[in-house]
Design a protein around this ligand. Sequence first.
Ligand code: CTP
Ligand code: CA
Length: 226
Amino acid sequence: VHFTPPSSSLAGKKIVITAGPTQETIDPIRFFTNRSSGKMGYALTKAARDFGGNVTLISGPTSLEKPDGVSVVNVKSAQDMYEAVLAEFSDADVVIKTAAVADYRPRVVHEQKVKKKDGDWVIELERTVDILKTLGEKKESQFLVGFAAESQEVETYAQKKLKEKNADMIVANNVTEEGAGFQTDTNRVTVYFKQGDVKPLPLMTKDEVAHRLIMMISEQLEKGRE
Ligand code: CTP
Ligand code: CA
């Protein structure tokens, strides 16, 4: 369903959304990635568009169709995603960091295929830049939304991410829970707000979760204006 609520405070706002996994190259044949399908980020993209937002989707590699009516920037690595997000940041009103960004990448990227040999292959990994944390340090009036993918102690880690990344909202899920997290069509999330409110949502389709999250963001912008 496409509709724009008449009073949407997202109308005409620039909303930058990152989605999907990143790919970190080892050699021309191989890369490291993660289980993100991109579904949550694409659902948010459509919901934000339907609320009248001017949406830029920065997407890692996914098998999903490009949503209509939004700008799409395709990226592969965490570093590509960082550069693409920074280029859109200064005039953004809202940034939603749904992407499952690789935390580590191979220290050495081999130009040629690495041939197998007897014995083990040890790949040294180095940290990628934390995009959300960097945005949290640079932010002026942008409303920053992060996600937290956890397998235990969801509340503790979500609250920690909210503070450490200077986010306005963290959307947390337990990826080990049935029907939540990666590669499912449903999700059960809890939203942690900077002001201290905590809002658990029931298990819903990712489209429904996206709709609820976009409404919450819209309300927060509304409040910020009062
Ligand atoms: N994130 C990011 N850049 C990274 C890693 C994560 O912008 N290099 C963002 C994600 O897009 C997400 C939030 O930070 O919005 C939390 O990601 P998550 O992987 O849950 O947390 P991390 O801070 O990476 O910590 P850890 O993986 O150790 O739990
Ligand atoms: Ca991480």
